[in-house]
Write a protein that binds this ligand. Sequence first.
Ligand SMILES: [Zn+2]
Length: 238
Amino acid sequence: MNKYLRDLVKLSKFDSSISMFEPKIENEKAKLSTFVEIAESFKTQINETYAQIDDVKSKRTKNNIHLAELKTKLEDISKKNNEISNEKELKALQLEEEIAKEQISFANEEIIRLDKITVAKEEALKELQVKLTEEEESIKEIQVAVDNAIEDINKERNVVSQSRGELLEKFDNKILTFYQKIRRWAKDSAVVPVIDQACYGCYMKINDKTYAEVIKSDEIINCPHCGRILYKEETEEA
Ligand SMILES: [Zn+2]
């Protein structure tokens, strides 16, 4: 194979594998992010539940204040009972007493209802906290695995980058520029193998004459359809 072509194939393979490292890292991070998202949603639910409990408790306090007021009112009514002078006053006072007693029973019922809500909410809160702890444990474990995987990927990337750097030190400048121009649009498929007499960039069949030139590998041959650089896999030659 032509030396320049061989260098191009190597460079293209290095560039393709370098492009693959970032998605691999992103993939590792994504494993973690689903767990982090779930943990975040538990935290939000916990905060909401705390706020709801606070709200119920403040309603309960208001009911207690109201109860105390109503009890004072009942005491006042019973004092007034001794000062009544006619039937009309008596009826008015009885009505007032009835209303106050009704309000007391409402307030008591409301307190029972609010307490039940508080118990249920506190139970839900405990469950959420258990779930959050479990999720955070999983995150710790996954974090270690992900960190290790990313470290391995970075090591591999450094090796490839170093080999690429070494290759570029003795690379022909014109060939490099030529390659970079194709790479601008073809990305990682600037240099592609010919398989079954087809370009593996655009998948079009190439004619016999071009195919013969590709097999010979004496020169750098571009795909007549798309312009990518073509080569014949060394293994297939043998
Ligand atoms: Zn092509």
